[in-house]
Ligand binder design. Structure first.
Ligand SMILES: Nc1ncnc2c1ncn2[C@@H]1O[C@H](COP(=O)(O)OP(=O)(O)OP(=O)(O)O)[C@@H](O)[C@H]1O
Ligand SMILES: [Mg+2]
Length: 250
């Protein structure tokens, strides 16, 4: 469903390119994580996918079509929830629809539906300050779902949460992924998180990069946290940490 074809990209103020001749494929319905040292270009990949940056050469295709010819093929969820504190949860969720001029009754209907889907029905009239960190990320996820896009780009969505909330959110996200059938691209610094969630992990090891190593996680779904203790999974985690450390220049 997503294809990078010979993508090269350099930020204008940078001397060296970020990526050169990068090609990769992500299948529809996949759960793919991207890991790599800080500054290696993970978020840049998302910026290219959602059209915030344009490649210097090459093409990005979704379902075989260049993204310039498409609308609403991807939806982005940032690290911080970015909810407006002065708007209720409902009003936060409805904001994109408001901007698109969706009729009020339809806004309310879709908002209720998505709140229910993320397990927050009854929270529409509350304000962001009334919700825990995990709940706020669920609201942000609901807003991402509402865009209707089939591909969700989640950029370190749980990194600001405490450990236990993060663990719960990971299980929650897998459940959402399984029930919605969306394609998820997930950026994380946390190797264990990548292993627990993903079918496939893309590893960025150097800069500029012209390929990402593609690692298949040897686990099916549904997953259980105890799977992380399996010998082959422990070894995979160690290998990935080793590879990431090679890319860190202290
Ligand atoms: N909007 C931008 N404009 C110009 N340069 C940018 C921009 N965003 C990123 N860069 C440059 O690209 C480099 C890598 O950026 P990117 O955000 O893709 O890395 P990352 O792998 O997501 O890092 P992190 O793990 O810290 O989030 C940055 O160090 C910066 O020099
Ligand atoms: Mg980033």
């Amino acid at each position: 469903m997503l294809e990078f074809r010979n993508i090269s990209f350099r930020y204008t103020q940078d001397e060296s390119p970020m990526m050169e001749n990068l090609s990769f494929l992500v299948e529809a319905g996949a759960f793919v994580s991207v890991i790599g040292a800080s500054g290696c270009g993970k978020s840049t990949i998302f910026r290219l996918i959602n059209g915030l940056e344009t490649p210097d050469t090459g093409e990005i295709l979704v379902d075989g079509k260049p993204i310039s010819a498409l609308k609403q093929y991807s939806a982005f969820m940032p690290q911080k929830d970015l909810l407006f504190p002065w708007r209720s949860i409902e009003k936060n969720i409805c904001l994109p629809m408001e901007l698109q001029g969706v009729p009020m009754a339809e806004q309310t209907r879709r908002c209720q539906q998505v709140l229910e889907q993320v397990g927050l029905s009854g929270y529409g009239k509350k304000y962001p300050k009334d919700l825990s960190g995990g709940m706020k990320q669920r609201v942000a996820f609901a807003r991402t779902l509402l865009s209707g896009a089939d591909m969700l780009l989640l950029d370190e969505p749980f990194s600001a949460l405490d450990y236990l909330t993060r663990v719960e959110m990971q299980e929650w996200l897998l459940h959402q992924w399984e029930s919605t059938g969306k394609t998820i691209l997930f950026i994380t610094h946390d190797v264990e998180e990548a292993v627990f969630l993903s079918k496939t992990i893309f590893v960025i090891q150097e800069r500029p990069f012209s390929a990402m190593e593609q690692v298949e996680v040897p686990l099916g779904y549904p997953r259980n946290r105890s799977d992380l203790k399996r010998q082959e999974v422990v070894e995979l985690k160690e290998q990935l940490i080793g590879r990431l450390r090679k890319g860190v220049n202290l």
